[in-house]
Design a protein around this ligand. Sequence first.
Ligand SMILES: C[S@@+](CC[C@H](N)C(=O)[O-])C[C@H]1O[C@@H](n2cnc3c(N)ncnc32)[C@H](O)[C@@H]1O
Length: 333
Amino acid sequence: MRNNPLPRLDIDGDTRQRLLPFCRLRPGDIWRDRQGSHRVACIDATDRTSVGQLIDGDLAAIAIQDPPYNLVAFEERQIHDYVEWCKKWVEITASILAGDSALYVWLGADQNNEFQPLPDFMIMMRGISGLKARSFITMRNQRGYGTQCNWMAVRQELLYYTKGNPDFEVQYTDIPKILRGYYKEVNGKTTENLERGKSENIRAGNVWVDVQQVFYRMEENVSGCYAQKPLKSIERIVSASSKQGDLVVDLFAHSGTSLLACERLKRRCYTAEIDPVYCEIVIRRLERYRQQGLTGWQNGHPFEKELGETAGHFLTKFRAQEQTPAICQSTLF
Ligand SMILES: C[S@@+](CC[C@H](N)C(=O)[O-])C[C@H]1O[C@@H](n2cnc3c(N)ncnc32)[C@H](O)[C@@H]1O
Protein backbone atom coordinates (compact mmCIF):
# COMPACT_ATOMS: atom_id res chain seq x y z
CA MET A 1 0.00 0.00 0.00
CA ARG A 2 1.21 3.51 -0.82
CA ASN A 3 2.34 5.64 2.07
CA ASN A 4 1.89 9.28 1.20
CA PRO A 5 -0.70 10.69 3.59
CA LEU A 6 -1.25 14.28 4.62
CA PRO A 7 -0.98 15.09 8.29
CA ARG A 8 -4.12 16.14 10.16
CA LEU A 9 -4.79 19.62 8.83
CA ASP A 10 -6.40 20.85 12.04
CA ILE A 11 -3.11 20.23 13.84
CA ASP A 12 -0.51 20.96 11.16
CA GLY A 13 -0.84 24.67 10.41
CA ASP A 14 2.25 24.73 8.14
CA THR A 15 0.82 22.16 5.75
CA ARG A 16 -2.52 23.98 5.74
CA GLN A 17 -0.73 27.19 4.71
CA ARG A 18 1.11 25.35 1.91
CA LEU A 19 -2.20 24.08 0.54
CA LEU A 20 -4.11 27.38 0.61
CA PRO A 21 -2.74 28.68 -2.76
CA PHE A 22 -4.18 25.57 -4.48
CA CYS A 23 -7.71 26.20 -3.21
CA ARG A 24 -10.31 27.42 -5.67
CA LEU A 25 -12.60 29.01 -3.07
CA ARG A 26 -12.00 32.02 -0.87
CA PRO A 27 -14.29 32.93 2.04
CA GLY A 28 -17.69 33.88 0.62
CA ASP A 29 -17.26 31.98 -2.70
CA ILE A 30 -19.73 29.40 -3.95
CA TRP A 31 -18.68 26.63 -6.35
CA ARG A 32 -21.44 25.48 -8.69
CA ASP A 33 -21.06 22.06 -10.23
CA ARG A 34 -21.31 22.29 -14.02
CA GLN A 35 -21.87 18.56 -14.48
CA GLY A 36 -24.49 18.07 -11.85
CA SER A 37 -26.40 20.14 -9.42
CA HIS A 38 -24.18 20.29 -6.34
CA ARG A 39 -22.80 23.41 -4.68
CA VAL A 40 -19.92 23.98 -2.28
CA ALA A 41 -19.78 27.27 -0.33
CA CYS A 42 -16.86 28.57 1.69
CA ILE A 43 -19.00 30.18 4.37
CA ASP A 44 -19.85 30.22 8.06
CA ALA A 45 -22.82 27.97 8.86
CA THR A 46 -24.10 30.53 11.36
CA ASP A 47 -24.25 33.35 8.81
CA ARG A 48 -27.88 33.45 7.67
CA THR A 49 -27.21 35.67 4.64
CA SER A 50 -24.43 33.42 3.29
CA VAL A 51 -26.48 30.26 3.79
CA GLY A 52 -29.37 32.01 2.03
CA GLN A 53 -27.09 32.71 -0.96
CA LEU A 54 -26.06 29.04 -1.06
CA ILE A 55 -29.66 27.79 -0.95
CA ASP A 56 -31.03 30.55 -3.18
CA GLY A 57 -34.69 29.97 -2.41
CA ASP A 58 -34.62 26.17 -2.70
CA LEU A 59 -35.76 23.93 0.18
CA ALA A 60 -34.02 20.80 1.47
CA ALA A 61 -35.53 17.35 1.95
CA ILE A 62 -32.81 16.58 4.51
CA ALA A 63 -30.12 18.42 6.39
CA ILE A 64 -27.23 16.33 7.71
CA GLN A 65 -25.22 18.38 10.18
CA ASP A 66 -21.95 17.22 11.68
CA PRO A 67 -20.58 20.23 13.59
CA PRO A 68 -17.28 20.22 15.43
CA TYR A 69 -18.52 19.06 18.81
CA ASN A 70 -15.33 19.16 20.69
CA LEU A 71 -14.89 21.82 23.29
CA VAL A 72 -11.22 21.89 22.22
CA ALA A 73 -12.22 23.53 18.93
CA PHE A 74 -13.98 26.14 21.00
CA GLU A 75 -10.95 26.84 23.12
CA GLU A 76 -12.66 25.29 26.11
CA ARG A 77 -15.56 27.64 25.70
CA GLN A 78 -18.29 26.90 28.15
CA ILE A 79 -20.96 24.46 27.12
CA HIS A 80 -23.52 27.27 27.21
CA ASP A 81 -21.64 29.17 24.49
CA TYR A 82 -21.31 26.02 22.42
CA VAL A 83 -25.04 25.30 22.56
CA GLU A 84 -25.90 28.94 21.77
CA TRP A 85 -23.64 28.62 18.73
CA CYS A 86 -25.47 25.42 17.73
CA LYS A 87 -28.82 27.16 18.12
CA LYS A 88 -27.82 29.64 15.41
CA TRP A 89 -27.14 27.03 12.72
CA VAL A 90 -30.08 24.88 13.84
CA GLU A 91 -32.47 27.84 13.37
CA ILE A 92 -30.96 28.60 9.97
CA THR A 93 -31.28 24.92 9.03
CA ALA A 94 -34.92 24.79 10.16
CA SER A 95 -35.67 27.77 7.90
CA ILE A 96 -34.31 26.05 4.76
CA LEU A 97 -35.99 22.69 5.30
CA ALA A 98 -39.03 21.79 3.19
CA GLY A 99 -42.46 21.37 4.83
CA ASP A 100 -41.94 17.61 5.12
CA SER A 101 -38.27 17.00 5.80
CA ALA A 102 -35.65 15.51 8.09
CA LEU A 103 -32.78 16.85 10.16
CA TYR A 104 -29.93 14.60 11.27
CA VAL A 105 -27.30 15.87 13.72
CA TRP A 106 -24.11 14.02 14.68
CA LEU A 107 -22.97 14.89 18.17
CA GLY A 108 -20.64 13.72 20.92
CA ALA A 109 -21.37 12.77 24.52
CA ASP A 110 -18.09 12.94 26.42
CA GLN A 111 -18.21 10.57 29.39
CA ASN A 112 -15.28 12.47 30.89
CA ASN A 113 -17.31 15.66 30.84
CA GLU A 114 -20.90 15.02 31.99
CA PHE A 115 -21.74 13.51 28.57
CA GLN A 116 -21.57 16.97 27.01
CA PRO A 117 -22.54 18.45 24.66
CA LEU A 118 -25.35 15.97 23.90
CA PRO A 119 -27.74 16.60 26.85
CA ASP A 120 -27.63 20.40 26.67
CA PHE A 121 -28.01 20.25 22.90
CA MET A 122 -31.10 18.03 23.25
CA ILE A 123 -32.65 20.47 25.70
CA MET A 124 -31.97 23.40 23.36
CA MET A 125 -33.66 21.46 20.53
CA ARG A 126 -36.90 21.24 22.52
CA GLY A 127 -37.23 24.99 22.05
CA ILE A 128 -36.90 24.92 18.25
CA SER A 129 -40.40 25.15 16.90
CA GLY A 130 -41.51 22.83 14.11
CA LEU A 131 -38.90 20.13 14.75
CA LYS A 132 -39.93 16.87 16.39
CA ALA A 133 -37.45 14.48 18.03
CA ARG A 134 -37.80 11.07 16.35
CA SER A 135 -34.80 8.87 17.02
CA PHE A 136 -31.53 8.72 18.86
CA ILE A 137 -29.11 6.52 16.94
CA THR A 138 -25.78 5.25 18.23
CA MET A 139 -23.08 4.15 15.81
CA ARG A 140 -20.26 2.02 17.14
CA ASN A 141 -16.69 3.22 16.66
CA GLN A 142 -13.74 0.86 16.66
CA ARG A 143 -11.44 3.23 18.47
CA GLY A 144 -12.37 4.62 21.84
CA TYR A 145 -11.16 5.99 25.13
CA GLY A 146 -11.51 5.26 28.84
CA THR A 147 -10.44 1.63 28.62
CA GLN A 148 -8.41 1.33 31.81
CA CYS A 149 -10.86 2.41 34.48
CA ASN A 150 -14.17 2.78 32.72
CA TRP A 151 -16.26 1.24 29.93
CA MET A 152 -14.54 2.05 26.67
CA ALA A 153 -16.32 4.94 24.95
CA VAL A 154 -16.98 3.84 21.38
CA ARG A 155 -20.19 5.70 20.58
CA GLN A 156 -21.05 8.28 17.94
CA GLU A 157 -24.45 9.81 18.52
CA LEU A 158 -26.83 10.71 15.73
CA LEU A 159 -30.09 12.58 16.38
CA TYR A 160 -33.02 12.39 13.97
CA TYR A 161 -35.65 15.13 13.93
CA THR A 162 -38.50 15.70 11.49
CA LYS A 163 -40.41 18.69 10.25
CA GLY A 164 -43.98 17.96 9.04
CA ASN A 165 -44.51 14.40 7.92
CA PRO A 166 -41.63 13.23 5.68
CA ASP A 167 -41.41 9.82 4.01
CA PHE A 168 -39.11 7.26 5.56
CA GLU A 169 -37.70 4.29 3.66
CA VAL A 170 -36.72 1.39 5.91
CA GLN A 171 -33.04 0.46 5.48
CA TYR A 172 -31.44 -2.95 5.81
CA THR A 173 -28.00 -3.91 7.04
CA ASP A 174 -25.69 -6.53 5.50
CA ILE A 175 -26.33 -8.80 8.50
CA PRO A 176 -28.43 -11.88 7.68
CA LYS A 177 -31.39 -12.71 9.90
CA ILE A 178 -30.53 -15.79 11.88
CA LEU A 179 -33.16 -15.92 14.58
CA ARG A 180 -36.23 -17.95 13.81
CA GLY A 181 -39.52 -17.66 15.68
CA TYR A 182 -41.93 -14.74 16.11
CA TYR A 183 -44.90 -16.60 14.63
CA LYS A 184 -47.90 -14.54 13.55
CA GLU A 185 -51.08 -15.38 11.69
CA VAL A 186 -51.42 -13.68 8.31
CA ASN A 187 -54.60 -14.37 6.26
CA GLY A 188 -55.37 -17.44 8.36
CA LYS A 189 -51.87 -18.92 7.86
CA THR A 190 -49.29 -19.13 10.60
CA THR A 191 -46.14 -17.46 9.31
CA GLU A 192 -42.68 -17.30 10.72
CA ASN A 193 -40.80 -13.99 10.82
CA LEU A 194 -38.39 -14.94 8.02
CA GLU A 195 -41.37 -15.55 5.70
CA ARG A 196 -42.94 -12.22 6.57
CA GLY A 197 -39.84 -10.07 6.30
CA LYS A 198 -39.10 -7.89 3.25
CA SER A 199 -35.41 -8.70 3.40
CA GLU A 200 -33.19 -11.60 4.40
CA ASN A 201 -31.08 -9.12 6.32
CA ILE A 202 -31.92 -7.33 9.53
CA ARG A 203 -33.20 -3.78 9.53
CA ALA A 204 -31.03 -0.90 10.52
CA GLY A 205 -32.38 0.12 13.91
CA ASN A 206 -31.17 2.83 16.24
CA VAL A 207 -27.91 1.04 17.09
CA TRP A 208 -25.49 0.67 14.17
CA VAL A 209 -22.77 -1.91 14.67
CA ASP A 210 -22.30 -2.67 11.00
CA VAL A 211 -20.55 0.49 9.85
CA GLN A 212 -16.76 0.50 9.75
CA GLN A 213 -15.09 3.64 11.09
CA VAL A 214 -12.86 5.20 8.41
CA PHE A 215 -9.15 4.53 8.74
CA TYR A 216 -6.12 4.75 6.46
CA ARG A 217 -6.44 1.31 4.88
CA MET A 218 -9.89 2.05 3.49
CA GLU A 219 -10.28 3.36 -0.05
CA GLU A 220 -12.64 6.10 1.14
CA ASN A 221 -10.04 7.50 3.55
CA VAL A 222 -9.22 11.19 2.99
CA SER A 223 -5.96 11.83 4.77
CA GLY A 224 -5.65 15.29 6.30
CA CYS A 225 -9.26 15.08 7.47
CA TYR A 226 -9.74 14.24 11.11
CA ALA A 227 -13.47 13.70 11.43
CA GLN A 228 -14.60 11.91 8.30
CA LYS A 229 -17.88 10.00 8.59
CA PRO A 230 -18.17 6.61 6.87
CA LEU A 231 -19.88 6.85 3.48
CA LYS A 232 -22.08 3.92 4.44
CA SER A 233 -23.60 5.83 7.37
CA ILE A 234 -24.39 8.92 5.28
CA GLU A 235 -25.77 6.83 2.41
CA ARG A 236 -28.06 5.09 4.89
CA ILE A 237 -29.43 8.45 6.06
CA VAL A 238 -29.82 9.84 2.54
CA SER A 239 -31.55 6.65 1.32
CA ALA A 240 -33.94 6.58 4.28
CA SER A 241 -35.01 10.21 4.14
CA SER A 242 -34.87 11.42 0.54
CA LYS A 243 -35.63 10.51 -3.05
CA GLN A 244 -33.66 10.91 -6.26
CA GLY A 245 -33.38 14.58 -7.24
CA ASP A 246 -34.06 15.85 -3.71
CA LEU A 247 -31.90 18.53 -2.16
CA VAL A 248 -29.64 17.54 0.75
CA VAL A 249 -27.90 20.23 2.81
CA ASP A 250 -24.76 19.79 4.91
CA LEU A 251 -23.30 22.94 6.47
CA PHE A 252 -20.13 21.26 7.84
CA ALA A 253 -18.65 19.55 4.78
CA HIS A 254 -15.06 18.68 5.89
CA SER A 255 -14.14 15.69 3.65
CA GLY A 256 -17.39 16.01 1.66
CA THR A 257 -18.97 12.69 2.58
CA SER A 258 -22.54 14.01 2.21
CA LEU A 259 -21.82 15.42 -1.23
CA LEU A 260 -20.25 12.15 -2.41
CA ALA A 261 -23.17 10.13 -1.01
CA CYS A 262 -25.55 12.43 -2.92
CA GLU A 263 -23.59 12.03 -6.15
CA ARG A 264 -23.75 8.23 -5.79
CA LEU A 265 -27.44 8.22 -4.89
CA LYS A 266 -28.48 10.87 -7.46
CA ARG A 267 -29.48 13.55 -4.99
CA ARG A 268 -28.41 17.20 -5.16
CA CYS A 269 -26.14 18.42 -2.37
CA TYR A 270 -25.53 22.00 -1.25
CA THR A 271 -22.74 21.94 1.26
CA ALA A 272 -20.84 24.58 3.26
CA GLU A 273 -17.49 24.64 4.98
CA ILE A 274 -15.68 27.51 6.68
CA ASP A 275 -12.16 26.39 5.71
CA PRO A 276 -11.07 26.83 2.05
CA VAL A 277 -8.74 23.81 2.28
CA TYR A 278 -11.57 21.44 3.16
CA CYS A 279 -13.73 23.09 0.46
CA GLU A 280 -11.04 22.20 -2.08
CA ILE A 281 -10.85 18.65 -0.74
CA VAL A 282 -14.64 18.29 -1.14
CA ILE A 283 -14.49 19.39 -4.79
CA ARG A 284 -11.47 17.20 -5.55
CA ARG A 285 -13.13 14.19 -3.92
CA LEU A 286 -16.15 14.59 -6.22
CA GLU A 287 -13.93 15.04 -9.28
CA ARG A 288 -11.86 11.98 -8.38
CA TYR A 289 -15.01 9.90 -7.99
CA ARG A 290 -16.28 11.03 -11.39
CA GLN A 291 -12.95 10.43 -13.13
CA GLN A 292 -11.80 7.24 -11.43
CA GLY A 293 -14.77 5.86 -9.48
CA LEU A 294 -12.74 6.09 -6.26
CA THR A 295 -14.28 7.36 -3.03
CA GLY A 296 -11.07 8.64 -1.40
CA TRP A 297 -7.29 8.49 -1.51
CA GLN A 298 -6.69 5.69 0.99
CA ASN A 299 -3.10 6.40 2.03
CA GLY A 300 -2.40 9.03 -0.60
CA HIS A 301 -3.93 12.51 -0.59
CA PRO A 302 -5.86 15.10 -2.62
CA PHE A 303 -2.89 17.43 -3.30
CA GLU A 304 -0.43 14.88 -4.72
CA LYS A 305 -0.28 16.69 -8.06
CA GLU A 306 1.04 19.83 -6.35
CA LEU A 307 3.07 18.31 -3.51
CA GLY A 308 3.99 15.03 -5.22
CA GLU A 309 5.59 12.47 -3.00
CA THR A 310 7.03 15.23 -0.82
CA ALA A 311 4.11 14.84 1.52
CA GLY A 312 5.69 11.50 2.41
CA HIS A 313 7.99 13.26 4.82
CA PHE A 314 4.94 13.88 6.96
CA LEU A 315 4.55 10.15 7.40
CA THR A 316 6.29 9.78 10.72
CA LYS A 317 4.35 12.70 12.10
CA PHE A 318 1.10 11.28 10.73
CA ARG A 319 1.68 7.85 12.18
CA ALA A 320 2.52 9.45 15.52
CA GLN A 321 -0.85 11.21 15.40
CA GLU A 322 -2.59 7.95 14.55
CA GLN A 323 -1.18 6.61 17.77
CA THR A 324 -2.19 9.61 19.86
CA PRO A 325 -3.93 8.32 22.97
CA ALA A 326 -7.55 7.71 22.07
CA ILE A 327 -8.79 10.31 24.51
CA CYS A 328 -7.31 12.97 22.22
CA GLN A 329 -8.82 11.37 19.14
CA SER A 330 -12.25 11.38 20.66
CA THR A 331 -12.20 14.98 21.69
CA LEU A 332 -11.27 15.94 18.17
CA PHE A 333 -14.26 14.30 16.52
C1 LIG B 1 -16.93 17.12 12.21
S1 LIG B 1 -16.37 17.87 10.74
C2 LIG B 1 -17.57 17.28 9.57
C3 LIG B 1 -17.23 15.90 9.02
C4 LIG B 1 -18.01 15.49 7.78
N1 LIG B 1 -19.30 15.01 8.11
C5 LIG B 1 -17.27 14.42 7.00
O1 LIG B 1 -17.76 13.28 6.90
O2 LIG B 1 -16.19 14.69 6.48
C6 LIG B 1 -16.79 19.55 11.02
C7 LIG B 1 -16.34 20.54 9.94
O3 LIG B 1 -17.01 21.79 10.19
C8 LIG B 1 -16.16 22.85 9.81
N2 LIG B 1 -16.64 24.06 10.52
C9 LIG B 1 -16.34 24.47 11.76
N3 LIG B 1 -17.01 25.60 12.06
C10 LIG B 1 -17.76 25.91 10.96
C11 LIG B 1 -18.67 26.95 10.65
N4 LIG B 1 -18.95 27.91 11.52
N5 LIG B 1 -19.26 26.94 9.44
C12 LIG B 1 -18.98 25.97 8.53
N6 LIG B 1 -18.12 24.97 8.77
C13 LIG B 1 -17.52 24.93 9.97
C14 LIG B 1 -14.78 22.37 10.23
O4 LIG B 1 -13.78 23.06 9.48
C15 LIG B 1 -14.85 20.87 9.92
O5 LIG B 1 -14.32 20.63 8.65
